[in-house]
Ligand binder design. Structure first.
Ligand code: SF4
Length: 374
């Protein structure tokens, strides 16, 4: 699937470039307004490819191995030759943002050593009035940077249009989220959707219409939280082979992305589209590491999913907290998350790993033991 997906994506981006569109790549996990890039007539490219030794190890000329494996892999995407990611040659600009230290370092290295012009977008990840003002300034600054490339103004009506397009797209992903299909199938749909954006809507409609329930009576049902599973990663296969099935992806490739939607009343109540983006920032209380109370909000959210699922199906869910090695903010919080969920009698496994295949056996044993214990 991956080779075909990447090859088709190359031709998709090529067509977009032929239409005169610029490709804007970014590693940001949330709060980055893809709609603004879309409204400028450009294509946002989510860097969601990682999961094997080769990409991870190809970065070591640039970053020490004590950087998170995902950030290492993002650099590996550019330094490994040859590779399956030839669409990266089509990138025109790369956004440097500050989701975490690894994000900044990897983005800066990619722009500097692989000669990709950079755009900047920073935020405070704090929910306060001053943070909101700062976010507004950054939105305007990103708008100015995009307008400079475009050579003309980004009209508010175009931004409004893009916000609606993305909103409908994310609502459709929420429908996919509710389908009774295997976790791997669901994840592949989310990954593909995040590459193609709202252009993927017709395919999503077809998927939903043709979807048949895939029963998994012999598998234990799970929530995945923490770090995302990226394109090229074997983890989802490993979980299913070990007897688990992810029914809810509480990760950036998953709920954190498509739950950021506006209801119609909000959408129609704000004339200025930037107010909508500010509204979303203000309400992103469960966004990765938003201060304050991100962790408390996460515990509440996971408990709600657990209870609702139990009520609906009579079955308990287990939680796998996926921690990519050296991902500081997920690993720092993992002990607290474990303690709080265990207090609520919700089984949780903190699964820390890098992408090396040598760990496969050990990971599989840990997942199997957890599932057995459930
Ligand atoms: S996986 Fe963690 S450390 Fe790595 S880029 Fe994402 S948030 Fe940052």
């Amino acid at each position: 699937m991956t080779v075909e997906l990447l090859s088709n994506y190359y031709y998709y981006l090529k067509e977009k470039k032929a239409e005169g569109k610029k490709i804007i790549a970014h590693m940001a996990h949330d709060n980055l307004p893809e709609e603004l890039i879309d409204a400028a007539g450009f294509v946002p490219l989510n860097m969601i490819f990682a999961g094997n030794d080769e990409l991870m190890n190809s970065s070591h000329d640039y970053l020490p191995p004590s950087t998170c494996s995902f950030a290492q892999s993002c650099i590996g995407l550019f330094s490994e030759k040859p590779n399956n990611f030839n669409f990266l040659e089509l990138i025109d600009y790369f956004i440097v943002s500050n989701h975490c230290v690894s994000d900044i370092c990897a983005s800066e290295i990619i722009t500097k050593y692989f000669s990709i012009p950079r755009l900047n977008f920073y935020m405070s990840y704090t929910l306060s009035e001053n943070a909101l003002k700062y976010y507004e300034l950054e939105l305007k600054d990103l708008k100015n940077q995009l307008e400079k490339i475009k050579g003309s103004e980004i009209k508010e009506e175009n931004l409004n249009e893009s916000i609606k397009r993305y909103n409908n797209f994310k609502k459709k992903l929420l429908e996919v989220n509710n389908l009774e299909i295997k976790g791997k199938t669901k994840l592949e749909i989310f990954q593909k959707a995040m590459l193609y954006g709202p252009d993927f809507l017709p395919e999503l409609d077809t998927i939903i219409q043709n979807s048949q329930p895939q029963r998994s009576n012999n598998l234990k049902e799970l929530i995945l939280t923490g770090c995302s599973i990226f394109i090229n990663d074997y983890l989802i296969d490993l979980i299913e082979e070990s007897g688990g099935n992810i029914v809810f992806f509480d990760t950036w490739i998953g709920d954190n992305y498509f739950s950021q939607i506006f209801d119609d009343a909000i959408l129609n109540s704000k004339e200025n589209p930037y107010d909508l983006l500010l509204y979303r920032y203000r309400n992103n209380v469960g966004g990765d590491h938003m201060v304050p109370e991100y962790l408390e909000n996460k515990v509440t959210k996971l408990e709600k999913i657990f209870q609702n699922y139990k009520k609906k199906t009579g079955k308990p869910l287990g939680v796998i907290n996926h921690i990519i090695k050296f991902c500081d903010h997920i690993s720092i919080n993992s002990a607290f998350l474990k303690e709080k969920l265990q207090e609520k009698k919700i089984p949780i496994l903190n699964l820390e790993r890098d992408y090396s295949r040598a760990n496969r056996g050990q990971l599989s044993t840990r997942i199997e033991a957890f599932i057995e214990m459930m």
